[in-house]
Ligand binder design. Structure first.
Ligand SMILES: CCCCCCC/C=C/C(=O)SCCNC(=O)CCNC(=O)[C@H](O)C(C)(C)COP(=O)(O)OP(=O)(O)OC[C@H]1O[C@@H](n2cnc3c(N)ncnc32)[C@H](O)[C@@H]1OP(=O)(O)O
Ligand SMILES: Cc1cc2nc3c(=O)[nH]c(=O)nc-3n(C[C@H](O)[C@H](O)[C@H](O)COP(=O)(O)OP(=O)(O)OC[C@H]3O[C@@H](n4cnc5c(N)ncnc54)[C@H](O)[C@@H]3O)c2cc1C
Length: 576
């Protein structure tokens, strides 16, 4: 056993709470843990679909590998295991970095949100079996945030009972939709509806963009990949230009509004329902795309920091693990706390979303404005805190953190996108401000928007802390687990306060002495939590397969893994 493995084993021996109990709490119960582990075992024991090290792959290889694994998953593995695409198991499968995230995670749910029963019956089975592959095409080259500014039009042709979809200029071209560039043959396309010259705003249309046999673009369609990005390499974010493309009248997804054959426009629900897909995604992607990513980065950074020995705390004494340095504990442990605290806050948000969908089924959408405010605010605050944290955790691993071998750069490059998609964060914060604090006149409003953004961040952070604190109070668990969760709650709250003492001093909410006490309390908590650090990340229960990290493997064997990984570099295939 290597020295590093022995160090981790010694650390695990001093954890003072039941790790498995905390894993069960984090998962939402022992049965959930069992289900998640069953899925993980199936995935990692099947060489056709298990996660592989993509650190050395080209962009094209990553895309092709993601598509191949995904097709195998749906065509072979699910039928073999008796799982349907809506089985609970599949929700755990999507953690394994598959392709077609927009098809499965956006296109299908939006079809269910916007489609009539007949339209759902027509397209859903095809989509679930991947006989059609869809994208969600809303953003254009010239507009992403300001939806009323989208330029793609859908003009109703009464004579032929068709819509003519057109991008009037280059900035109207759809740009960014995931799975669009090479994979999708259908688009759930958002366009401005026009009837007899009158504009009715953004509406959802089902548009076939490629031939189902040859996969070639249909007439009037120009489609392709937008090129390399910061991350999301397994996703072919694409561009789509439509030149007078005709679709049947029946392709307007008409749960909320429809156009009669004679061109009469009939609305069936609030025009705000067209925004519902964005509320849903903001409410449910945070856990999988931001919080889970932070948990992976914490697992890697904590395990590595416990085995990385560097320097002497006392001259002449043996080298210590970098986790003994208070600065390293300050870098890592507040983000371990954040993972737990935001995980449970996101759970409350998705529960609130699910409650709203039940109310909506009873035609009650009175809860939409509040849900919009909360989901917009949470999406902005959590995605920013998590992606900022992942970068701090990467830097805490020194040089090896800068290598793809650590696994953290790939984790960060995917998580940070969540600050932009589904509503750029600043815009989301302002949406939350507007709904929480009311909309003043535009000028008063713009002049105070910088402060409003900060007010909303505080508002949402307070929601996160109080949600977790009340959740712990109600939780039935052993005392050691409750104690460590209370420490994490206090650490997250204090780290947020200590990051903003200026605001608290400015408004006189805290005195300088109280600010000192808050700072001292945080340092004391770091020391209290330090002995449990490895247990807190082990409880996330990320397999080595899922982490894909030479620094974060469960056994701590960092150096052997690093060297084996480096030798796989394509540059090492030949000597110069
Ligand atoms: C497994 C999945 C992996 C992830 C893959 C990534 C997938 C990514 C997909 C995408 O990114 S899809 C594109 C996402 N795009 C957006 O989110 C656009 C963001 N922009 C907006 O939300 C809106 O344009 C805006 C910011 C609200 C501004 O719009 P506008 O100026 O037209 O409206 P307002 O005057 O501000 O508001 C009008 C009215 O509507 C209400 N409202 C606005 N948004 C929503 C909403 N989402 N839900 C409910 N209600 C909404 C707003 O409160 C106003 O109401 P009133 O005050 O007039 O009553
Ligand atoms: C990885 C990734 C995947 C994506 N997937 C999809 C997809 O599948 N389908 C899809 O339709 N789209 C997708 N998008 C596009 C995404 O939804 C948009 O990029 C996003 O909505 C932001 O719009 P924008 O890019 O036009 O930014 P802009 O709105 O142009 O923002 C630029 C700057 O302007 C500021 N700003 C804009 N409006 C205001 C305002 N009113 N007040 C104050 N400041 C403002 C913003 O804060 C920002 O700083 C994806 C994007 C990414 C990065």
């Amino acid at each position: 056993m290597s020295r590093e493995s022995r160090l981790l084993e010694k650390e695990r021996g001093q954890v003072n709470f039941n790790v498995e109990e905390l894993t069960n709490i984090y998962d939402g119960g022992a049965e959930e843990t069992k289900l998640r582990r069953k899925v993980a075992d199936v995935i990692q024991n099947d060489p056709e679909v298990r996660c592989k090290d993509i650190g050395m792959m080209t962009r094209e290889e990553r895309y092709i590998d993601g598509v191949r694994r995904c097709v195998y998953l749906y065509k072979v593995l699910l039928p073999r295991e008796g799982w349907t695409p809506v089985s609970k198991e599949v929700s755990h499968i999507l953690r394994f970095c598959m392709s077609f995230g927009v098809h499965a995670g956006v296109f299908i749910p939006c079809l269910l949100s916007f489609g009539s029963d007949e339209q759902i019956a027509k397209w859903l089975p095809l989509a679930m079996q991947f006989q059609i592959i869809g994208t969600y095409a809303q953003t254009e080259m010239g507009h992403g945030t300001f939806l009323r500014g989208l330029q793609t039009t859908a003009t109703y042709d009464k004579k032929n009972k068709e819509f003519v979809i057109n991008c009037p200029e280059i900035s109207a071209m759809k740009w960014w939709p995931g799975d669009l560039g090479k994979s999708a043959n259908h688009a759930l396309l958002m366009a401005q509806l026009v009837i007899d010259g009158k504009k009715y705003g953004m509406h959802p249309f089902m548009v076939q963009i490629r031939d189902l046999t040859t996969h070639m673009p249909l007439p009037g369609i120009t489609v392709g990949d937008i090129g390399n990005k910061v991350g999301f390499e397994t996703t072919d974010n694409g561009f789509l230009h439509l030149n007078q493309v005709r679709i049947p009248r029946e392709n307007l997804l008409c749960k909320n509004a429809e156009v009669k054959p004679n061109g009469t426009y009939l609305t069936k629900a609030s025009d705000k329902m067209v925004y519902g897909s964005m509320v849903r995604l903001r409410a449910i992607i945070l856990e999988s795309e931001a919080v889970s990513a932070l948990g992976k980065a914490c697992t890697i950074a904590v395990r590595y920091s416990l085995v990385r020995c560097q320097g002497e705390l006392e001259p002449g004494k043996p080298e210590v693990s970098v986790m003994e340095y208070m600065t390293q504990q300050k870098k890592l442990l507040p983000y371990v706390a954040m993972t737990y605290v935001t995980h449970f806050a996101c759970l409350k948000l998705s529960n609130q979303y699910n409650a709203f969908t039940r109310e909506m089924d009873n035609n009650d959408i009175s809860g939409l404005p509040e849900l919009h405010a909360l989901s917009a605010g949470m999406k902005a605050v959590v995605s920013e805190q998590c992606s900022d944290g992942i970068e701090i955790l990467r830097k805490s691993c020194g040089g090896h953190g800068y290598s793809n071998a650590s696994g953290i750069p790939i984790i960060w490059s995917s998580a940070v996108a969540c600050c932009t998609y589904e509503g750029e964060n600043t815009v989301m914060l302002l949406q939350c401000a507007r709904l929480v604090h009311g909309m003043a006149s535009y000028n008063a409003w713009n002049q105070s928007s910088v402060e409003l953004v900060n007010v909303v961040k505080a508002h949402i952070t307070q929601f996160i802390v109080t949600t977790f604190a009340s959740g712990i109070t109600e939780l039935e668990c052993t005392k050691p687990v409750k104690n460590v969760l209370q420490q994490l709650c206090a650490l997250y709250a204090l780290s947020c306060i200590n990051a903003s003492t200026g605001d608290f001093l400015k408004v006189g909410y805290l005195s300088p002495r109280q600010c000192d006490l808050a700072h001292e309390a945080e340092l004391e908590l770091l020391s209290c939590i330090r002995p449990n650090a490895v247990g807190l990340v082990d409880a996330f229960d990320f397999s080595d397969d899922l982490l894909q990290s030479c620094l974060g493997a469960y056994d701590g064997n960092v150096y052997e893994r690093l060297f084996a990984w480096a030798k796989k570099s394509p540059l090492n295939k030949t000597e110069v």
